[in-house]
Design a protein around this ligand. Structure first.
Ligand SMILES: Cc1ncc(COP(=O)(O)O)c(C=O)c1O
Length: 375
């Protein structure tokens, strides 16, 4: 067969690379920002209760029960909520709803059409470019400042790289992989200046000082995406959601898969919302461990950026970040390292349990000592 059966756009795609998921005894997994604590016992009970002959049935197509509960929590209507198979699916649906594919034959960066533009600050979530490419959209990554802050609106205007007309702009807040939090007021100024849709990705907001949810409830072109994966220990179940105006959320519902959120995921997420006190206690535990790790990093020569998430972005001492990553991996400790120019000198280290962090510190001290001897 001479002609490829695969679309040229797909042939040229680079797939998203998730954190390694190897399973080995005694492995410490600090590379995917999972929560170290189990879901609430009542949530596990509820899931077990539902595993019976009812699995033959389809789940509620629009996750209505969960949307009702989320609406009550956020003080809005069910029509302001869309649930996804993880917030990754919400991000993907946003692109399909708001961004026109580039005209055929245009490579990335060639069309110059704001209607086809997916825009985001960089470094941020490495899935955004993959989603943009797979939708045939034009990417517009705009560099963050040296301290990973968001440039102010006048700076963005004079820099001329930020497109105030872009069809869709993703802002990760607090940011990943840097952990930096942003003020609601600065996000508001950005949203006010923006003409296209702004999606504030609050995947880690429960570990931060501020939320911008209020903007999604007030501004018709702003959406907030949240997830049950991180703060609510439900990565396995794949549940995330979007909050926004009825107009935007209604449009996203039109392109949603008919049963996009699996039934056990809906049940688990609903039960989670009935047990919030348990999780609030876990947020505090994670933040306490994070504060202890910040001290440890400072004492051991790491440059660690203040974090408002359940991970810390660090520049390690003595040897390169890649070498640190490989040394830790040999000791069965996984952390995240990317080869991209902007982030290659850093590691992103998820906050695990106190015991896991103790193992991380002990092994890291051995690496430091080993390098002192050889230097
Ligand atoms: C910034 C950000 N947004 C969204 C997600 C997606 O989370 P999920 O699809 O598990 O809800 C992640 C996951 O790592 C993330 O880091």
């Amino acid at each position: 067969m001479s002609k490829s059966l695969i679309r040229p756009l797909v042939e040229g795609l680079k797939a998203y690379v998730p954190g390694e998921q190897i399973i080995v005894d005694g492995l410490v997994r600090l590379n995917t920002n999972e929560n170290p604590y189990s879901p609430a016992p009542a949530v596990l009970e509820k899931i077990k209760e539902c595993v019976d002959g009812r699995l033959r049935r389809y789940p509620n197509p629009g996750a209505d029960g969960l949307r009702e509960k989320l609406a009550a929590m956020h003080g809005c209507k069910k029509e302001n909520i869309l649930v996804g198979n993880g917030s990754d699916e919400v991000l993907e649906m946003a692109i399909r709803t708001f961004v026109e594919p580039q005209p055929l034959g245009h490579g990335n960066g060639a069309s110059g059409r704001s209607a086809s533009t997916v825009q985001y600050f960089w470094p941020s979530y490495s899935l955004y470019p993959v989603l943009a490419d797979s939708a045939g959209a034009e990417r517009n990554p705009v560099p963050l400042m040296a301290d990973f802050g968001i440039p102010s609106v006048p700076e963005l205007k004079s820099g001329k790289r930020w497109d105030f007309e872009a069809a869709l702009s993703f802002v990760t807040t607090p940011n990943a992989p840097t952990g930096r939090g942003y003020k609601r007021a600065e996000l508001e100024a950005l949203c006010e200046a923006q003409n296209g849709v702004v999606l504030l990705d609050e995947a880690y907001v429960e570990f931060s000082e501020e939320t911008a949810m209020e903007l999604a409830l007030r501004m018709p072109h702003v959406i907030v995406a949240r997830t049950f994966s991180k703060a609510y220990s439900l990565c396995f179940q794949r549940v995330g959601y979007a909050v926004g105006s009825e107009e935007l959320i209604g449009a996203m519902h039109k392109i949603r898969g008919s049963y996009n959120v699996n039934g056990l995921g809906q049940i688990a997420a609903e039960a989670t919302l009935e047990n919030l006190e348990y999780y609030r206690n876990n947020f505090e535990r994670v933040k306490k461990t994070r504060a202890g790790m910040m001290q440890w990093f400072a004492q051991h020569g790491f440059l660690a950026y203040p974090s408002q998430t359940n991970f810390i972005f660090v520049k390690p001492p003595m040897i390169s970040a890649q070498e640190w990553y490989l040394c830790l991996r040999k000791k069965n400790i996984l952390v995240r390292w990317w080869a991209d120019e902007e982030v290659k000198d850093y590691l992103r280290i998820s906050i695990g349990s106190d015991e896991e962090m103790k193992r991380f510190c002990e092994e890291s001290e051995k690496i430091l000592l080993g390098n002192l001897k050889t230097s």
